[in-house]
Ligand binder design. Structure first.
Ligand code: SF4
Ligand code: SF4
Length: 323
């Protein structure tokens, strides 16, 4: 996978952090001036949000990932000052998703200056998963539950302690963390192996068929709620509101998406569903060399009618006996 790297390469440093000291470390980073976004409970719901103290950190995975560009934003941002530095606690599926967004929005041929400004302020702190978050997840068939690169910090639970990989000179260790050696990398890789055995393997060897009956079947089930696209860490489409020159995330499944003078060129829901899956599973792969999916399973978790991206890949699999 070719991921655009927004950060420089640094010498990796290794530490051990006691599990119970993670909130303390978050407080330590906040005292240094970092804002921290992480899973927290807000209004009774598990969401991503800014922490006001380390104790708010919840070691769980919210269904909706707050992408770095979500919410309404002005398309004429004339303020050139940089944004406050922010540490974003992610899971591997989310950090890999941000890497894919970087490829699309920063790598060219056009650079998204608004996204670039936000992204430059964000450091990814990845929390490796040592068990599968859901039976609908299949990250093990893609980038896996922990990353080898693409983060400023990564934490892996190696049995009571987090093995901490610091890959950013601007992120210091606290004095209550113990220096560790690279030999623990093997233990960290071993710690996430259970995730791979918990998940059914999904074959990436498939070829979608344009005239297959499944597209019509899916259109008969889908209620066009857009939850799948909003939950997905890799969907990046937005619409522009020319009344106030702002933009906001949009869903390719909505009839109002890409509305032009002559209306939406994809009039039927079947055509819009087909576009969603062809874009993720074929067009993006043709252009970037990897599919626009990290196997997080969120689209399937969020879908009220159980439309499952794995069933599309399996239906068109070229591997006999694939399930
Ligand atoms: S398409 Fe579904 S499984 Fe893939 S990254 Fe998006 S939400 Fe996750
Ligand atoms: S979540 Fe399911 S029902 Fe809603 S738009 Fe996506 S596929 Fe359709």
């Amino acid at each position: 996978m070719l991921l655009f790297r927004i950060c420089n390469r640094y010498a990796m440093r290794y530490y051990l952090l006691r599990r119970e000291d993670l909130p303390r470390y978050v407080d330590f980073l906040m005292k240094l001036g970092f804002r921290v976004i992480a899973p927290k409970v807000e209004g009774g719901a598990l969401v991503y949000g800014y922490l006001s103290k380390g104790e708010e950190f919840v070691d769980a995975v919210p269904t909706f990932f707050a992408k770095p560009f979500m919410g309404k934003e002005s398309i004429f941002d004339l303020n050139s000052s940089s944004l406050p530095p922010t540490i974003y606690f992610t899971r591997s599926c989310e950090a890999a998703g941000v890497g894919m967004l970087d490829d699309v929005r920063l790598k060219g041929p056009f650079v998204d200056a608004i996204y670039m400004k936000k992204r430059k302020s964000i450091k990814l702190a990845n929390l490796a998963c040592t068990r599968s978050c859901s039976p609908k997840a299949f990250c093990g068939s893609l980038q896996g539950p922990r990353l080898e690169s693409g983060f400023s910090m990564q934490l892996t639970d190696v049995g009571g302690d987090y093995f901490v990989e610091l890959n950013d000179d601007e992120l210091p260790a606290a004095d209550f963390m113990r220096p560790a050696g690279a030999e623990l990398l093997g233990k960290a890789r071993e710690a996430v192996r259970g995730v791979l055995s918990e998940q059914a393997k999904v074959s990436l060897d498939y070829e979608l068929k344009w005239n297959d009956a499944i597209w019509n079947e899916l259109a008969g089930k889908c209620i066009e709620c857009g939850a799948c696209t909003l939950a997905c860490p890799t969907c990046f489409c937005y619409s522009v509101d020319y009344r106030d020159w702002s933009r906001q995330e949009d869903s390719c499944l909505w009839a109002g998406f890409t509305r032009m003078a002559g209306g939406n060129p994809r009039q039927s829901l079947e055509a819009r569903l087909k576009q969603r899956f062809y874009h993720k599973l074929e067009y993006h792969r043709d252009r970037y060399g990897y599919i626009l999916c990290t196997g997080c399973g969120r689209c399937t978790m969020a879908c009220p009618v159980d439309i499952d991206i794995r069933s599309i890949m399996t239906r068109f699999s070229r591997v006999s006996g694939s399930d």
